[in-house]
Structures are given as structure tokens and as C-alpha cells.
Design a protein around this ligand. Sequence first.
Ligand code: NAD
Ligand code: LMR
Length: 343
Amino acid sequence: MMAAMLRSLRSSTTSSRFLRRPYSSESHPERKVTVLGAAGGIGQPLSLLMKLNPLVSRLALYDIAGTPGVAADVSHVNTRSEVAGYAGEEQLAQALEGSDLVIIPAGVPRKPGMTRDDLFNINAGIVKSLSIAIAKYCPNALVNMISNPVNSTVPIAAEVFKKAGTYDEKKLFGVTTLDVVRAKTFYAGKANVPIEGLIVPVVGGHAGITILPLFSQASPQANLSDEQIIALTKRTQDGGTEVVEAKAGKGSATLSMAYAGAIFADACLKGLNGVPDVIECSYVQSTVTELPFFASKVRLGKNGVEEVLELGNLTDFEKQGLASLLPELKASIEKGIKFANQS
Ligand code: NAD
Ligand code: LMR
């Protein structure tokens, strides 16, 4: 069963190529990756997947508690990186110092009946304080924000970094990869196309109707009806809620999110290492629409964002989706900015 699971992981997407050779001994530059919230539902499997990534040389696992155990456990995996656990605020500086990439899955998850925005009151404060520490201890690191509501937590981090004088718009990313992972899975199932190598861009944001899959740009294309595209769009937008309801009060997506987070972190590391043509969707500072932050395809490079790609041609249905999502996304961005600037 384990062998079958590994085979399926290895064949699921081209961008998960790093999972194919977890024990690679190729030489890569030294890269420190820090996971903030490493003892949580996402943090633990994400830490394991980052331990499997040969591009990582040092893995720092931070949480308010529980990280010594997670770090001891993960550290026994026989791959390249050295693992260290850090618990409590007094160890946050050490966890961050020298980091090239900080991944943030810290914060509370949804329960059935909640929206991602219902998490704002707790998670905004967590993200703000972690961002203050990043600005202080590793101001040049790339930051992958997973904590919800991503539509607001990314603007919060940006404001904190601006205040600290360390903001570099090329280095801050909202992780929307799970939307792409879902869109690919649902599309492949419906369209009966191979999932390996499948491309489906997902743009906008990361909550409800702000998640806009562009199935018209899926490659390979399949001849699906308008009704099928509408249903696939809705399922992608409601993917998080599907998991929250199935978990019935025990949290939200953790395993698929760890997988998606590991894919996005791997893309960032490849970009830093100068691998050409690394493209993933992400929620970043953007001029693609009138909003200051927007998710679209992004080319990753040695400094983080190399290029934010335009949306391309949209169908009337996708244009409608874009028009409907802008007011909600705008409000979430403004909410984050306002919160960050309160004393
Ligand atoms: P969880 O409760 O299982 O884990 C969260 C972890 O964060 C806990 O270990 C907790 O101790 C830690 N934490 C809390 N405050 C902290 C702080 N100040 N510093 C460091 N760590 C702190 O939750 P989870 O299921 O892992 O989800 C985490 C977050 O990720 C939630 O906000 C969830 O909504 C979000 N999420 C985002 C996506 C996405 O696509 N971007 C997908 C799934 C979940
Ligand atoms: C997801 O898309 O699974 C996450 O944003 C978690 C959630 O609350 O749905």
C-alpha cells in the first residue's frame, strides 16, 4: 500500500518532481527553510515534505509548543537537511536567522459554518507578530503565507514589512497552490485527461468566489459543456469547505495543503537557485487588475517574483467571475491593511 502511495505521489504532477528522488545526493546551494507553525496539522506533514526536498540544507521548525518532538521525529529521515526545533517566542529569532524561505502555516483553521474571514480576529494578530519577527531577523527571506484569510494576511505582512523598511514585493507570496491542485484533480476527473503534466491556472484570491479557475486555459483542453465548467468552478471554489465539512469540526485541509505548500516552496527554491522558467500561481503584489494584490501565474527567479504574468484571454463566464470577485477581494485587502496599521 505504501509503495502504491509513493507511486501515485510521484506521478501526480510534473511540478512535484522533487518527490521522485528524495535521497538525491546532487550538490545544491545551502538553503535554510523555516516553518512557522510546524507542530500543526499542516506544519507536521509540510515539515516532512520539506525534509524530503534535496534543495533544503537546514530546516528550522518553529511553533509555540511541540516542535522539539516534531523536529526529533523528522530529523531521523535520512535526507540532506539538518533539522532543528524551536519552541516559544524566545527561540523565534534563532529559528529565523539566516533563513532563505519562511513558510507560515501558523494560526487557527475553520470549523463547519465558518468563512475564512471568520479566522481574521485570531490569525491577523499571529501573522502580524510573526511578520515583525521576519522583518527583524531575516528581512531578505522569501515568505510563503499559508495562514488564512490569505486575502488579508498577505496585505498585513506587506504593511508590517513596509513599516519596518524591509518590504520587497518580489518576496511575499500568498500560497494558492491548493486551489490549482484541486482544479487539476477535479478537471482531470471530469475531462478524462491525464493528470500528469496538466495545467490549470487559478487566479484572484483564496476564498470562495475570489478563487477563479481558468478552465478555458487548461492544457490539455477537453470538450466540456458550460454546465460542467460551472460545476467544476464551484467545486474548486468550495474545495476547502468540502474538506472542513468532511472533517466535521476537526479542522481543514492539512495533508493536501502540505503537499501544495511543498510544491510551492520547491518552486521558490528552484527560482532562487536560478532554475529557468519556474512558473506557479500565487497571490502577490500585482498590477494585473486594479487591486494591489491578486493571484495569477508568476515567474519565479533568483529574487523571488521575476514576472507577474497577465491573465490571458478569458471566456465571458470567466470575465463575469472576475468582475464579481473584485469587490470582495478589495474589501479583504483593505481590512488587512487597516488592521496592520492599527497601533
Ligand atoms: P492547526 O491548528 O492544526 O495548526 C496551527 C499551528 O499554528 C499550531 O501548531 C499552533 O500552535 C501554531 N501557532 C499558533 N500561533 C502561533 C504563533 N504565534 N507562532 C507559531 N505558531 C503558532 O491548523 P492547520 O490546520 O495547520 O491550519 C493552519 C492555517 O492554515 C489556518 O489558518 C488554515 O486556515 C490555513 N490553511 C490555508 C490553506 C491555504 O490554501 N492557504 C489551506 C489549508 C489551511
Ligand atoms: C483550504 O482551501 O482548504 C483552506 O483555505 C482551508 C479552509 O478553511 O478551507
